[in-house]
Design a protein. Sequence first.
Length: 163
Amino acid sequence: MKIYLAGAIRDGNKYDIEWRDKIAYKLLRFASVKVLSPTAGKRYFPETKSWQCCGIPPTANSIVRQDFAMIDQSDIVICNFEALAEGYPMLGTLVELGYATAKGKLIYSIWPTRLKQGNEMFPVHPFVEVNSALLFPSMYDFLYYFIDCRYCDVFEGRIGGRQ
């Protein structure tokens, strides 16, 4: 099983890398998965305010095509909307959500409870809610569901942890 980690990638923001590292560590350690990340192999250089992959700066075309290729390969897409609560527009993540939906991928979204979109009728944006199999208030809640509750076993054909 392959899981793609969609979410903000802001210049110099450590959280955007760290949440992926934490979730990948747990998934690789406790579940039979491969983790696909748009930050893999890329490094941010604060002194030049640039991203590079093996010394080569990525282009808009390479970013979009590589991210879509990883979504195509994935079984599950996790969309982390934490940065939206901080006012970051997350256009790329929203496009990835739409692309994953069009490709019929299973989508889990992290939608923090502090994220208010100013609409009492829809506390979660309808497109996020409808296109996500489940919503979690944090990545830790997703990990609890997927690993601690052994939901990952369902994908491996081991219901309840039994073969």
